[in-house]
Write a protein that binds this ligand. Structure first.
Ligand code: C2E
Ligand code: MG
Ligand code: MG
Length: 760
C-alpha cells in the first residue's frame, strides 16, 4: 500500500490512509536476504550438496527476478489507468473544488481549493466532520450518500468560516473499488458568484419593473414589426392577456381614426428616427384612452434584426387639458365652431401646404344679411340661435381637411378643398342659402333669412392666408347691400381704384392741389317739408373733371394718416360754408359732417372742432358730427368720452347708419347722441317689408322716449316718405329731395326751398 504523496504546498506528510499497490520492494529484499541466509547455512552444513544447492538457488533467484521484473512492468502499466495517489496529485492544484471519498466514509481526500474554502488545513484527518460540510451535511450516512451519488448535480449550501454563504454544485462519479468499497470523485462547481449575480439581476429586474409601474410607463418591442412584446405595465394598461401581441391585434385596439399614423410608423423606412404618436387605444376598462407612443428603432449588433419599439404613456389627462385649452383658445363660445384665431392658424397651415403640395383651397366668407334685424326684433337669445344654426349648416359643408369658423359677429368663413370645379363655391353657398332659408319658421317665420358671400382661392389670390381672406372679404363687400349676393374675387376689382399705395400718393397730392370738394345733400323736416340741414359728403374731383365718390378712397385714407387731413378739411370747409350761407342770408341750417373712426381716437379732437368753429365764427348748434355705429361699439368708453367732449361744445351728435352693423337699441341708453340716422337698408324696401317697418317704428318710438331725434337715409319715393312720417320719423334724406350736390347747385335748392316756405 502506497502511503500517498506529500501534500506539495505545506510539505507535511498526509497521514490519512491511502489506497496503493500490493507490490512491496522491502518485503522482497527481506525474502531474498532470508532465502540467501538459509541457502548459505544449508551449504555450510551440507558441503557435498553445496554446489548443486547454489546452482538451484541462483537459477531460482534469476527466475524470481525475471518474474518480479515482468510483474513490475505489468504493474507499472496498470497503475497509470487508476491510481488514487495520482488523482490526488492532479486534483491538488486544480482550480475547482474536489473530494475523493469511499462509500463507508472511512477515506476522504479534499483538494487545496476546497480546503481553503472550508478554512481547514491539509492535516484534517481528526476533523473529518468539517469536510462533510462541503456537501452541506454534518455526518455522512447512507441517505446522504444516496443523495450525493444519485443526483447528477447535487447542490450544497453552507457557510464558510467567515460566515459567507457558499453554494456548490457537485458532480460525483465512482472512480475505483478499494477494499471492496466504492471510491468516488466529487467535482464541485462554485455557484456562489453566479447566484449573487442572479440575485442582483433579479433585483435589478424587479427594480426596473417597479420603476416602470410607478412611472406608469409601458414598453413595447418587436424585431420584425409583426409580433410585439409588451411589458407587464403595458399589458396591465391595455388589459392584454399575453405579453406578446401581433400587429393586427394591436391595430384592432387602436381607435379607427388613429390607425393611419400607426400604419405610417410601422411602415416607416427611416428606422432610427424616433416617432411620437398620440393615439387612442382600447384600454383595460374597455374605454378608449389617449396614449403617447415614443417609437424608435435601434440597430442590433451582428446579424440581429433592428429592435423596434419604445415607451407608452397614458396621456389621457394631458390630452383632455389640451382639448380644453384648445377649446378656450380656438373655439367660438356661441356657435361652438372654430373662431377667428383657429381660422387664421389653420388657414395659414393650409396655405403653406397648398404651396408645397401644389393644390388649392377656396375660402368663402359669409355674412348673414341684416342680422341686426334678427337681433333687434327677436332678441339676443334668438339671434344666437340663428348664429348657432348657421354654423351647423356650414359645418355640413366642410370637406375633409377643411374648416368652418365664425370670424366675428355675423361673419363666417368656410375653407374647402378645390378639385378644379370653379362653380363649387357658388354651388356650396347656394346650398347653404337654401338650408338657411328653411330655418325661417316659428319665431323667425316673418324674417327672410339670407346670407351673402365672397370667395377667393388660395394660394393664387394672395401672398398669405390673411391676404387671401381679405380678398374674399373684399369680394363680399363689393356687393354689400345686395342680399344673397355671391361674388368671387377678381384682381381687376382693384383696378377701379388703382393700387392702394399709389392711391395714397395720388390722394396726398389731391389734398395739396385742392382736388377735394364737399358736396351737400339736403335733409328735410318730414313734418314741414322744409330743409333743416345738409350732409357734407366728400368728393375727389380729378383735374379732368372725373368725380370720385368717397367709397373708393375714404377706406384707403382711413388706413393711412390721410384721413386726418381729410377730416380737418371737411370740418373747416363745412363750418366755413355753413357760415357763408348764413352770411348770404339763407335761414340757418345744420351742417352734418362725417368723422372716421380714427378721428375719434385723436385726443385733441375737441380742440380741433373748437378751432374750426372759432375760425368760421359758426355757432356750434349749426354743426353736427356723424359717427358710425361700428366706431361707437369698438371702444364704447372712449367713444362716450369723446362724444361728451364734443357735446360740451354745443355741437350736435348723430349716430350714422344705425342698424347697418351690430345694432343694439341698448346703445341709445349710453351714447350722448342727439340724432339717430336710420340706415338706408331699412328704408329701401320699407313699403313692402313689414318687418323693416316694424323695426323702424319701434326704433323711432324708443328714440323719442330718449329725446333723440330720428332721420331716415335713402328716401327715394313718396311712399317711403309718408310711411316714415306716419312712423313718427323727424327728418328725411335721400334722392327724393336731392342727391349730394356741389355748393353752387345747392343754392338753387335753397332758393326753391325759401320760395316754398314763403308760399306757405
Ligand atoms: P353716409 O354718411 O351714410 O352717406 C350717405 C350716403 O348715402 C352717401 O353716399 C349718399 O350719396 C348716399 N345716399 C343718400 N341718399 C341716397 C338715396 O336715396 N339712395 C342711395 N342709393 N344712396 C343715397 P356717398 O356720398 O357716396 O358717401 C358714402 C359714404 O362715404 C358716406 O356714407 C360716409 O360714410 C362716407 N363719407 C362721405 N363723405 C365723407 C367724409 O367727408 N368723411 C368721411 N370720413 N366719410 C365720408
Ligand atoms: Mg353720414
Ligand atoms: Mg349713412
Amino acid at each position: 500500500m502506497n502511503n500517498g504523496s506529500d501534500n506539495t504546498k505545506n510539505g507535511k506528510k498526509n497521514k490519512v490512509k491511502r489506497v496503493s499497490s500490493s507490490f512491496n520492494p522491502l518485503a522482497a529484499a527481506v525474502i531474498i536476504v532470508v532465502a540467501s541466509a538459509l541457502v548459505i547455512g544449508y551449504c555450510i552444513l551440507n558441503p557435498e550438496y553445496a554446489k548443486s544447492t547454489l546452482i538451484i538457488y541462483i537459477c531460482t533467484m534469476v527466475c524470481a527476478t525475471l518474474i518480479l521484473a515482468i510483474s513490475g512492468w505489468i504493474y507499472k502499466n496498470r497503475k497509470t489507468s487508476l491510481d488514487v495517489s495520482d488523482v490526488i496529485k492532479i486534483t491538488e492544484n486544480l482550480n475547482t473544488e474536489m473530494i475523493i471519498w469511499s462509500d463507508d466514509f472511512s477515506f476522504v481526500y479534499i483538494n487545496r481549493k476546497l480546503r481553503e474554502l472550508l478554512g481547514i488545513s491539509a492535516d484534517y484527518s481528526d476533523k473529518k466532520e468539517g469536510v462533510w460540510a462541503a456537501f452541506g451535511i454534518n455526518t455522512p450516512d447512507s441517505t446522504a450518500l444516496e443523495r450525493i451519488v444519485g443526483s447528477n448535480s447535487y447542490e450544497s449550501t453552507f457557510r464558510n468560516p467567515s460566515g459567507s454563504l457558499i453554494s456548490i454544485a457537485w458532480s460525483t462519479s465512482k472512480v475505483k473499488k478499494y477494499k471492496k468499497r466504492d471510491v468516488y470523485l466529487s467535482t464541485g462547481f462554485n455557484l456562489t458568484e453566479l447566484k449573487k449575480m442572479r440575485l442582483n439581476l433579479a433585483n435589478a429586474n424587479d427594480f426596473f419593473h417597479s420603476s416602470m409601474e410607478l412611472a406608469e410607463i409601458g414598453l413595447i418591442m418587436s424585431t420584425d414589426r409583426r409580433v410585439f412584446r409588451a411589458s407587464p405595465e403595458l399589458s396591465h394598461m391595455l388589459g392584454l392577456k399575453n405579453s406578446s401581441i401581433n400587429v393586427n391585434e394591436l391595430r384592432s385596439i387602436i381607435h379607427p381614426n388613429d390607425r393611419l399614423q400607426f400604419d405610417g410608423a410601422i411602415r416607416s423606412k427611416d428606422i432610427t428616427a424616433s416617432k411620437n404618436l398620440e393615439m387612442r387605444l382600447k384600454s383595460a376598462d374597455g374605454s378608449y384612452r389617449w396614449y403617447s407612443f415614443r417609437l424608435k428603432s435601434i440597430i442590433g449588433t451582428g446579424n440581429t434584426a433592428p429592435l423596434f419599439g419604445g415607451a407608452v404613456i397614458d396621456v389621457t389627462q394631458k390630452h383632455e387639458k389640451d382639448i380644453l385649452i384648445e377649446r378656450l383658445a380656438y373655439m367660438d363660445d356661441v356657435t361652438e365652431i372654430a373662431n377667428r384665431n383657429k381660422l387664421v392658424v389653420t388657414g395659414q397651415e393650409i396655405y403653406d401646404s397648398c404651396k408645397i403640395l401644389d393644390y388649392s383651397f377656396w375660402i368663402i366668407v359669409l355674412d348673414i344679411d341684416r342680422f341686426h334685424i334678427i337681433n333687434d326684433t327677436c332678441g339676443y337669445t334668438n339671434g344666437n340661435f340663428v348664429l348657432k344654426n348657421f354654423a351647423h349648416i356650414l359645418y355640413k359643408y366642410v370637406t375633409p381637411g377643411g374648416l368652418a369658423a365664425r370670424i366675428s359677429g355675423d361673419n363666417f368663413a368656410l375653407l374647402l378643398r378645390d378639385y378644379g370645379d370653379e362653380e363649387m363655391p357658388t354651388r356650396t353657398v347656394k346650398a347653404i342659402q337654401e338650408d338657411f332659408t328653411r330655418l325661417a319658421v316659428d319665431d323667425f317665420a316673418s324674417i327672410s333669412l339670407t346670407c351673402s358671400a365672397g370667395y377667393s382661392k388660395m394660394p393664387e389670390d394672395g401672398g398669405s392666408f390673411l391676404e387671401v381672406m381679405e380678398h374674399a372679404e373684399f369680394a363680399l363687400k363689393s356687393n354689400a347691400g345686395i342680399q344673397g349676393s355671391i361674388c368671387g374675387y377678381e384682381p381687376s376689382m382693384h383696378d377701379s381704384i388703382i393700387g392702394n399705395t399709389e392711391l395714397e400718393k395720388a390722394l396726398a397730392l389731391a389734398i395739396d392741389n385742392n382736388e377735394l370738394q364737399l358736396y351737400y345733400q339736403p335733409k328735410i323736416d318730414l313734418s314741414s317739408g322744409k330743409i333743416m340741414g345738409v350732409e357734407a359728403l366728400i368728393r375727389w374731383i380729378k383735374p379732368d373733371g372725373t368725380v370720385i365718390t368717397p367709397d373708393s378712397f375714404v377706406p384707403i385714407a382711413e388706413s393711412s394718416h390721410l384721413i386726418g387731413r381729410i377730416s380737418e378739411f371737411v370740418l373747416n370747409e363745412g363750418c366755413r360754408q355753413n357760415k357763408l350761407w348764413q352770411k348770404m342770408g339763407y335761414s340757418p341750417i345744420v351742417m352734418s359732417i362725417n368723422f372716421a373712426s380714427s378721428d375719434f381716437y385723436q385726443t385733441d379732437l375737441k380742440e380741433k372742432v373748437f378751432e374750426a368753429l372759432a375760425r368760421s365764427a359758426l355757432d356750434p348748434q349749426w354743426l353736427e358730427v356723424e359717427l358710425t355705429e361700428s366706431l361707437a361699439l369698438s371702444d364704447i368708453d372712449f367713444a362716450v368720452d369723446q362724444m361728451n367732449k364734443i357735446r360740451d361744445l354745443g355741437v350736435k351728435l348723430a349716430m350714422d347708419d344705425f342698424g347697418k352693423g351690430y345694432s343694439s337699441l341698448s346703445y341709445l341708453q349710453v351714447l350722448p347722441i342727439t340724432l339717430l340716422k336710420l340706415d338706408r337698408s331699412f328704408i329701401t324696401d320699407i313699403e313692402h317689408d313689414n318687418i323693416a317697418y316694424e323695426i323702424v317704428s319701434a326704433v323711432i318710438r324708443i328714440a323719442k322716449s330718449k329725446k333723440i331725434e330720428t332721420i331716415a337715409e335713402g328716401i327715394e319715393n313718396n311712399v317711403q316718405e309718408s310711411i316714415l312720417r306716419m312712423a313718427g320719423c323727424d327728418y328725411g334724406q335721400g334722392y327724393l329731395y336731392g342727391q349730394p350736390m356741389p355748393p353752387e347747385k345747392i343754392l338753387d335748392f335753397f332758393e326753391q326751398n325759401e320760395k316754398r316756405d314763403m308760399k306757405r
